[in-house]
Design a protein around this ligand. Structure first.
Ligand code: ZN
Length: 88
């Protein structure tokens, strides 16, 4: 069995990062420091989660913005192995 990237996790990671961007912009508009702080913390954890999920299952290299709607995640830029999503 080839190691694979979880498609549902990659999708969730991208959604969380999308929410983080909206939260950051929204929080700046409120001009309230504690709301900005919450948004920054949320963004930090969303990025951490994306790092955890979006990595090469062969060598562990990290990738930003893996496209979970594609049939596979492409080839790793570091080790050159095909990175596949599992089926969900
Ligand atoms: Zn790799």
């Amino acid at each position: 069995m080839e190691p694979k990237i979880s498609r549902s996790n990659a999708r969730l990671a991208m959604r969380l990062q999308g929410i983080a961007v909206v939260a950051l912009v929204g929080s700046v508009l409120t001009v309230k420091w504690y709301i900005m702080l919450i948004a920054i913390v949320f963004t930090f954890f969303a990025a951490q989660y994306a790092d955890e999920v979006c990595k090469c299952p062969h060598c562990g290299a990290h990738f930003r913005g893996l496209n979970a709607s594609k049939p596979d995640a492409g080839y790793c830029r570091k080790c050159g192995e095909l990175m596949e999503f599992d089926e969900d």
